[in-house]
Design a protein around this ligand. Structure first.
Ligand code: NDP
Length: 444
């Protein structure tokens, strides 16, 4: 394979899909060497079969708001690959959602899911609907309308969606209820469900906790303790909240949070009491992070990004491409020793280059945030065997999975000078598993 030729061809075919091309380019560059050691891959045209999704559903979602107005949104589900298990990946509701973003997420998800060691293929879906500012009844009607279109194509053994940006426990529950009514069956068709109806303990916490478990493994390679480290966290949703939760438990100091309007910087640290306030503010009142600064009298920067501040560790937990090259330079110059991605693809290629050149610890989302989908996999298992595991059992499994992912990254990513290239490690490990499965199953 000549990576540049493949990328150029994809650019020609999908010129308006920058995020998809960015994700594909990163993976192809990482796997080029190992791919070329296997001539049978080239003969089987494995690259094209891996880059192009199995199928993509695009549909209209029509729903009525509280004023009686009929609204129309786009809905999508991308079934990228089921080579190693049913399609699996979240649903995103955000005004920025488009095909390029969902294709990048579905592509990444395929390798991430392979890394978890659980039998899950890759998929993603969503809508340009934004739950922000909508009433509960409006969100419910939208979720029901979305599933009315999608239900025929998903199922516990075919495609199992979950949450992502804009889709938390409330939205998953509404979608699950509608699926159950249409299908006439109570099955584990979605993960991230409420505890009362088949959800797994620790699933809400899993992405944030998993990211910190991965970070601990990285720090261990350098003999560094997390205690007392100042941590820059972006976002203020599910991943950011449980990232802070675990940091506080371990004696680290989260000092920032953000949303799409701006960020807060609290040099004294976000304590457990302040975090409880954030959870109430974001999950129940559905307010803005600016209100934290007003309540606790700390700095708020409208329209800014947390990377302008100084921190020992950076934990991006908001969205894609939120750390630019200049942000990365600033982080490195001001003493940041580790970046571990809770969000998907939050660092631009320029930012990744800066981190890796500076030889700081850098973990891509594909590895570091895989705890979320891994625990979704554990939810699927519990649904299948009709049992519920305790928090301790699920947390222990999550910790073990994050350790395994770290080991795979070390195995495939350690460079001659000893530096661990986690990007390469994660991409090669994920790719080899999916590639072997596709090869074994013949031309489909
Ligand atoms: P939430 O919707 O709970 O929170 C997202 C947060 O990021 C909000 O604070 C939101 O602010 C902010 N945000 C979203 N889009 C933008 C944007 N374009 N610019 C600036 N800020 C933005 O989502 P999650 O916490 O679940 O997801 C966060 C990231 O983690 C995503 O990249 C997601 O793909 C990834 N992830 C999530 C997993 C999960 O289990 N939930 C699993 C693995 C990865 P606002 O409220 O203003 O929109």
């Amino acid at each position: 394979m000549k990576t540049q030729e493949v990328v150029n061809d994809l650019k020609r075919r999908f010129p308006n899909e920058p995020e998809y091309l960015q994700a594909v380019t990163e993976v192809l560059e990482s796997i080029e060497d190992v791919y070329n050691e296997h001539p049978e891959f080239e003969k089987a045209n494995l690259i094209e079969r891996l880059c192009i999704s199995d199928r993509i559903f695009t549909f209209r979602v029509t729903w009525v708001d509280d004023k009686g107005k009929v609204n129309v949104n786009m809905g999508y589900r991308i079934q990228h690959s089921n080579a190693i298990g049913p399609y699996k990946g979240g649903i995103r509701y955000h005004s920025s959602v488009n095909l390029s973003i969902l294709k990048f997420l579905a592509f990444e998800q395929t390798f991430k899911n392979a890394l978890t060691t659980l039998p899950m293929g890759g998929g993603k879906g969503g809508s340009d609907f934004s739950p922000k500012g909508k009433s509960n009844a409006e969100v419910m009607r939208f979720c029901q309308a979305f599933i009315l279109e999608l239900w025929k194509h998903i199922g516990a053994d075919t495609d199992v969606p979950a949450g992502d940006i804009g889709v938390g426990g409330r939205e998953v529950a509404y979608m699950f209820g509608m699926y159950k009514k249409l299908q006439g069956e109570f099955t584990g068709v979605l993960t991230g469900k409420g505890i009362e109806f088949g959800g797994s303990l620790i699933r809400p916490e899993a992405t944030g906790y998993g990211n910190i478990y991965f970070l601990l493994e990285m720090l261990k390679t350098k003999g560094i303790s997390i205690k007392g480290k100042k941590c820059l966290v972006s976002g203020s949703g599910n991943v950011a909240q449980y990232t802070c939760d675990k940091l506080i438990e371990l004696g680290a100091i989260p000092v920032s949070l953000s949303d799409s309007d701006g960020y807060i910087y609290d040099p004294e640290g976000i304590t457990r009491e302040k975090l409880n306030y954030v959870m109430e503010l974001k999950n129940i009142e559905r307010g803005r992070i600016r209100e934290y600064a007003e309540k606790y009298g700390c700095k708020y920067v409208a329209g800014g990004r947390v990377w302008a501040e100084k921190g020992d560790i950076a934990l991006p937990s908001a969205t894609q491409n939120e750390i630019h090259g200049d942000d990365a330079k600033h982080l490195v110059e001001t003493g940041c020793i580790a970046v571990s991605e809770g969000a998907n693809m939050p660092s631009t290629p320029e930012a990744i280059e800066v981190f890796q050149k500076a030889r700081i610890l850098y973990a891509p989302g594909k590895a570091a945030n895989a705890g979320g989908v891994a625990t979704s996999g554990l939810e699927m298992t519990q649904n299948s065997i009709r049992l519920s595991w305790t928090s301790e059992e699920v947390d222990a499994k999550l910790q073990q999975i994050m350790k395994n992912i770290h080991e795979q990254c070390v195995k495939y990513g350690t460079q001659k000078d000893g530096y661990i290239d986690y990007v390469k490690g994660a991409n090669v490990a994920g790719f080899m598993k999916v590639a072997k499965a596709i090869m074994a199953q013949g031309v489909l």
